[in-house]
Design a protein around this ligand. Sequence first.
Ligand code: EPS
Length: 403
Amino acid sequence: MLRFLTAGESHGKGLVALLEGMPAGLHLDFDAITEQLKRRQGGYGRGRRMAIESDKAEVLSGVRAGETLGSPIALLIRNKDWDNWQQTMHAEDQAPPDATGPSRPIVTRPRPGHADLAGVIKYDREDIRDVLERASARETAARVAAGAIARQLLKRFDIDIVSHIYQVNGIGLDSPLRVTFEAARDIGSDSALRCADPEAEGKMIAEIDRCREAGDTAGGAFEVIVRGLPVGLGSYVQWDRKLDGRLAQAVMSIPAIKGVGIGLGPKVATVPGSQVHDEIVPAPSRTKPPIGVSRPTNNAGGLEGGVTNGEDLRISGFMKPIATLMAPLRSVDLAGMTEAPAVIERSDVSAISAAGVVGEAVVSLVLADAFLEKFSGDSIAEIARNYQSSTERLQARFSTRRS
Ligand code: EPS
């Protein structure tokens, strides 16, 4: 239904996203795309690169007079740092005569935890730069731009997506479920780490400072919360249609994410069923699907059987620490196969805050895809009709059953 690809190296000319399957007739808010890109660039622990870039997506196709056309949407985000990298990253055989920036030596000392070693072996390259440029998390800017469009489709149907950071190196809140949708939504745009609990945030910032001073790096945990999803996105009938699996793949594909949790997450394996499953109680005042019922708890994170159940969708991502350490780990210089410290590249101490924003973007893309699958149509008007008639049918079916 909805698919996307990205292209671009971290210090190349720019990043490209191609989004295909957006219906026609969606009014596009360009500023809202820029706003998401800005959110991704912020956060405590980012490196000097973010002071160079001020990401903005140029819409190259698929949109006319502010409305989507149904045709592929191509987006371009130019790298400002390209000016400093032309001598190293030029596409031509030789650097063009007007190329700017220094010519940099080849990289031969792979960083443990990065794609460096596996990448040079797999693609048969001498210079690790040929690997690290694409394996860089810079690519996530393109996902955020594409996700910002998917988010606007969801918003058209009153679906809202927020996120919050709840741990850095294990320090912070013990469970993301302690943070409500409203608390995550109300985190100010000036928040240093986008944690909903100021006391926990102070401790998390102190941990990032400690890592920076020690030449070390920090990972962490974020959660994305989605409100307003209809019941019935995804399916239990086949493995590749289960929405939890589709979301997990998308979140796990964000660089450095090594674990995904839905609702209570890995804790479901540690407590009995009575403390996991969300009881179903009558709620006569509930008029939106699921009509007439509610859940006192939401440990399932809005998904049962791989299908949305009408509660808030809650999905966490667990990020490993950044692989570039200023006090480098042991490695091997592949030029002479001798022991050597891993290469030091300019980098972030922590990118957990950015990861939360990227999480929102990829979740938006998967949910927009699942939404289009259920209420399919070529135009927003057609989808809106399908959505409306589905809601009315459910209302007619359940609201007459009250005794
Ligand atoms: C990254 C290294 C750093 C990060 C980069 C990801 O870039 P540089 O090598 O230019 O200092 O800043 O992230 C971004 C550029 C971004 O936009 O998020 C890496 O090695 O993954």
